[in-house]
Design a protein around this ligand. Structure first.
Ligand code: UN1
Length: 499
């Protein structure tokens, strides 16, 4: 019998008030691993009340002290990396090496943000008036609601929780229903690291109910959401109605540009890794390949040969290159795009359907698929598929490649393979996505730099690096006049000789 796990509210592990629970399924084997609380608005209300209650004392604790707890959490994640990675693979399917990388990304963020406890820099600037001091400091926003996806079940929560907590916010965390155990493991680590009760609360749930309740919760000041553009847009509209600040990280339709002078071996490695890593279920995945006509056929022939050698299987098996997709709805969605691509007139160069290989467990396996003869306006070249599928488009030159690259609603990540420094810099300058790589694929962002995208990918904010602090803090501007008389800014501009 699979064990049941609980929400964490006000420092206690508690079931949903309704007593209901939902199953957590292994996408490789379809076995039920655990049950988690199927929470409702009442449970979110309890978590919000706990976060409000804890807020005053938490923000009063000096930031270096808060950061020590985050540092301790980083150490615990490091100690448990292997165990956490295995549980992640079991519940969402990515291969073990990538699950380890996911946990590592969380560790990196914990250590980086722990350092921020002794920085959290503000700005001190001269006043225009004598005997007056002016500065700005960062203060927490209050209660933060964090809504996270299943594809990076430790890393993305860490992108949100670590900066939010170091900056002095309290948090209500609503993880994806498709990776609850990883979220539970992370919260347990933060509990053991010594976070006071109520500072971090986690509410599990199936479907939209607890997420919507969190967005609506009156005392939640800021929402940070990572997920689909469809849901994110709704979250953004609701936050606008309620006057809340909101940070959205949404879809992508990223491309690798392969120029005629590219190192093709390198470009093939980059394409395989970026298109089929995490079974293509990254918002940064390379779901388009824009290949110069002079190398198009050579590149694709070799890429297809390589993709044929990829081994599908359970991510826990060290021989596996590509795991399953995360669940039945996602499996069906990806398969429907394979049909859409054919109907649009694209050609399947490799893959193209459910994987029916001998020895595969009964999970959601799809053959790594490359479409060729793709036109930039086809749906498979415009819409986010979030599966092991990529679409190759023939291009004539860099300008055309850049135009096609940017000709989608999304703007997350791009990459260009070229040995020509002029072309590389031209691409870096012109491409309008939030992240651009040269001679590397579209995935693999590092946590000390801003992460996020333009257009329908985001709403102007960035995750990670210093940019993360912008979304979890408010600026407070402080003026101290020690002249002993009323000095009027913009008006009393004569220099005071007695100053
Ligand atoms: C995501 O796919 O939602 O750059 C995040 C990368 C990872 C993060 C991906 N560091 O691919």
């Amino acid at each position: 019998m699979a064990a049941t796990f609980y929400n964490y509210i006000a420092g206690e592990w508690v079931p949903a008030r309704s007593g209901k629970a939902f199953p957590n399924e292994n996408p490789a084997t379809r076995e039920i691993l655990h049950y988690f609380p199927d929470s409702s608005a009442d449970d979110v209300g309890d978590a919000m009340a706990a976060a409000v209650k804890a807020a005053r004392r938490w923000r009063a604790l000096p930031a270096p002290r808060r950061a020590e707890l985050i540092f301790r959490a980083g150490q615990l994640l490091l100690e448990r990396k292997e165990e956490l990675a295995r549980e992640m693979t079991q519940e969402m399917g990515k291969v073990l090496v990538e699950a380890r990388g996911d946990v590592q990304e969380g560790i990196d963020m914990a250590f980086y943000m722990a350092g921020e406890g002794r920085r959290l820099f503000g700005q001190t600037v001269p006043s225009e008036l004598p005997n007056k001091f002016a500065m700005s400091v960062r203060v927490p926003k209050g209660v933060v609601g964090a809504i996270t996806p299943w594809n990076f079940p430790i890393a993305i929560p860490c992108w949100k929780l670590m900066p939010a907590l170091v900056a002095g916010n309290t948090v209500v965390f609503k993880p994806s229903q498709f990776s609850p155990k990883s979220a539970w493991n992370l919260v347990r680590v933060l509990e053991e690291a010594g976070l006071p009760p109520g500072v971090l609360n986690v509410v599990f749930g199936e479907g939209a109910v607890p997420g919507a309740a969190l967005v609506d919760a009156s005392a939640v000041n800021h929402i940070s959401f990572t997920g689909s553009t469809t849901v994110g847009r709704k979250v953004g509209v609701r936050c606008a109605e309620l006057g809340k600040s909101v940070h959205l990280e949404m879809g992508g339709k990223n491309a690798i540009i392969v120029m005629d002078d590219a190192d093709l071996d390198l470009a093939i490695d980059g394409a395989v890794w970026s298109a089929f890593g995490t079974s293509g279920q990254r918002c940064t995945a390379a779901s388009r390949l824009l290949v110069h006509r002079a190398v198009h056929d050579r590149f694709l022939d070799r890429l297809v040969d390589r993709v044929k050698t990829l081994r599908l299987g359970d991510g826990l098996d060290p021989r596996t290159d590509v795991g399953p997709v995360v669940n039945q709805p996602q499996y069906e969605k990806v398969l429907s795009y394979l049909q859409i691509g054919r109907d649009e007139g694209a050609t399947v160069a490799v893959g193209g359907g459910p994987a029916k290989r001998d020895g595969l467990p009964p999970g959601y396996f799809i053959e790594p698929t490359i479409f060729v003869d793709v036109k930039p306006e086809m749906r498979i070249a415009q819409e986010e598929i979030f599966g092991p599928v990529t679409a190759a488009i023939r291009v004539n030159d860099l300008d055309e490649a850049v135009a096609i690259n940017d000709g989608v609603i999304y703007g997350l990540s791009s990459s260009v393979f070229t040995q020509d420094v002029n072309k590389a810099f031209r691409a870096l300058e012109r491409i309008t996505t939030g992240i651009v790589y040269v001679n590397a694929g579209t995935i693999g962002a590092e946590i000390q730099l801003p992460f996020g995208g333009t257009r329908a990918t985001g709403n102007g904010h960035r995750e990670a690096g210093q940019a993360a602090l912008e979304t979890y803090t408010e600026w407070k501007t402080l003026y101290i006049d020690y002249s002993g008389r009323l000095q009027r800014a913009q008006i009393d501009l004569e220099t005071d000789d007695d100053a």
